[in-house]
Design a protein. Structure first.
Length: 483
């Protein structure tokens, strides 16, 4: 059995140049946080982009960069600014991301960025081929690298290749609008196993394969002349123990050991013991429904004025893809909405919304999760949403209410939370009211079931299920060929 090569656009760390030296910061996002736990436990090499373009790297730091990455079991693919613009800001995040999240009107179809996407995918494929032995297993991640499986297959026809998509796969009617739909499907079909978070995404993908490529699909197997490709759903979990242990450890801290943020949260709780904190954490992304959430919060305060001065919404938004115009517009919209709602409802002793626009260290995420009575996540579309799972995992006494959009992949596994339609303000306002009023026993009953499920289907189990399914699939495919 050889090694596993993980390949994704982002590495577990992002490098930055600071005061003439290299600093590494942890990457944010479901893929990086989830796979980090898998990578740290085994014999794997992670290939990806360092976060710095060729133009940004001074020659004297090249060695330091390779050292910093190899400490994290990682190796980099070099990208120029022009490549990052076309591949990452361009085709990945102006074409595929909006299209696959059903924001058709945001999707741009530009031949230049498609060409750069192909070129950069080839670079990633070449980086794999340079490091891979025949008995290795290649695990390719996400929509930035959909052509890589076929590009690797051409050079290493017998190697095991798995692909996992961390975002939704849209219905055929949406996917068919992509000018390069055929090429994208053919790229993915270089894999032996293709995984999605939910059965719906899997079904949409198979329907596109059947209707666009006209291939023979039986149940969830795709038959090629010389191979069978399996398509399946693997809902991604979290590192449950890491979050629940961190929350337990957090509770045992003395006042002096607490972070500044925690002390601030405690002061507010002490000054208003009946007050409730409602938390939302996301990358600042239009798919997360942050602007709608703010409008819905305003509606809630108007419909239930008894909660004025009693409820505070904490919004933590991490900057994301800020070179893409839609993200810049969203930033402005959110700033304005927060300002307007705070202006309208604030009193001398109360500001309804606390808004943080930054990445936070893990310790502060735990401060927020453990101090919030309610987590409220409103994606308009979301492949999975790991924040929902992380919140539940940190509730050591099992209190706390999760309000979750039914449009998140996570909703399929989290029926015991309060599910909402992010477009239905009436339902949202009533659900926040229900969450605030929910008896402690009911909160604990719901979280007990959720926690047991999250603990069982953790990220390690997700990775093991995927890898063992890939091994089985390779065997099936071999016996199919030798028949
Ligand atoms: P996505 O992959 O679309 O960003 P997920 O909810 O699946 O959405 O994953 C987000 C991940 O990023 C979570 O693991 C969460 O803890 C982390 N994260 C989100 N916001 C922040 C933040 N402001 N600071 C640090 N980590 C964050
Ligand atoms: O989980 C979906 C995802 O797009 C990952 O592919 C990505 O790492 C993450 O969200 C964050 O986005 P980005 O890498 O563009 O900052």
């Amino acid at each position: 059995m050889g090694k596993t090569i993980i390949i994704s656009n982002r590495l577990p760390i992002q490098l930055q140049i600071h005061n003439g030296g290299i600093t590494a910061i942890p990457s944010v996002g479901g893929l990086a946080t989830g796979m980090k736990s898998v990578h740290s436990g085994g014999d794997s090499l992670w290939i990806g982009w360092s976060g710095l373009t060729d133009e940004e790297i001074p020659e004297n730091l090249v060695g330091d960069i390779d050292d910093a990455l190899s400490k994290h079991g990682s190796s980099k693919v070099n990208l120029s600014q022009q490549e990052v613009d076309g591949f990452y800001y361009g085709f990945s995040n102006r074409t595929v991301w909006p299209l696959f999240h059903y924001f058709l009107e945001y999707s741009e179809f530009e031949i230049e960025s498609w060409e750069t996407y192909k070129k950069v995918n080839q670079k990633f494929a070449d980086a794999i081929v340079a490091k891979a032995d025949d008995d290795d297993t290649i695990w390719v991640h996400d929509y930035q690298l959909m052509l890589v499986p076929q590009m690797v297959r051409e050079k290493l026809p017998n190697i095991s290749i798995g692909f996992f998509l961390h975002i939704p796969f849209p219905s055929f009617e949406i996917f068919r609008t992509l000018p390069w739909r055929k090429e994208v499907l053919e790229g993915l079909l270089g894999s032996d196993l293709i995984g999605f978070h939910t059965y719906d995404y899997e079904r949409h993908f198979l329907s596109s394969v059947r209707r666009i490529l006209g291939l023979d699909v039986s149940f969830n197997d795709i038959y090629l002349e010389d191979r069978i490709i399996k398509v399946d759903s693997f809902p991604m979990g979290i590192d449950y123990k890491k979050f629940s242990d961190a929350a337990l450890e957090h509770q045992q801290r003395s006042k002096a050991e607490q972070s500044e943020l925690q002390q601030r949260l405690n002061n507010h709780k002490e000054s208003a013991p009946d007050a409730k904190f409602i938390l939302s954490i996301d990358r600042l992304d239009y798919t997360k429904g942050i602007a709608k959430r703010l409008n819905a919060f305003e509606y809630f305060l108007t419909k239930y004025p008894q909660y004025k001065e009693k409820v505070r919404l904490i919004i933590l938004a991490v900057p994301s893809r800020s070179n893409v115009p839609q993200y810049q517009l969203l930033k402005r919209e959110v700033d304005e909405l927060v300002g307007r709602i705070n202006g309208e409802f604030s009193t001398v002793s109360w500001t309804p919304i606390w808004y943080f626009y930054r990445s936070m260290p893990f310790e502060n995420l735990i401060d927020l999760y453990t101090s919030s009575d309610i987590a409220w996540l409103t994606p308009i579309r979301d492949g999975m949403n790991l924040v929902a799972k992380e919140y539940v995992a940190t509730r050591t006494d099992k209190t706390g209410v999760l309000i979750l959009s039914e449009m998140a992949g996570a909703a399929n596994e989290m029926n015991e939370s309060l599910l909402i339609n992010p477009n239905n303000f009436e339902q949202i306002a009533d659900t926040i009211h229900q969450a605030i009023q929910m008896p402690k026993e009911e909160q604990q009953e719901r979280n007990d079931v959720l926690q047991k499920r999250l603990e069982r289907y953790n990220v390690e189990r997700w990775a093991n299920d995927f890898m063992s399914s890939l091994t089985d699939q390779k065997e099936n495919s071999r016996s199919y060929v030798s028949r």
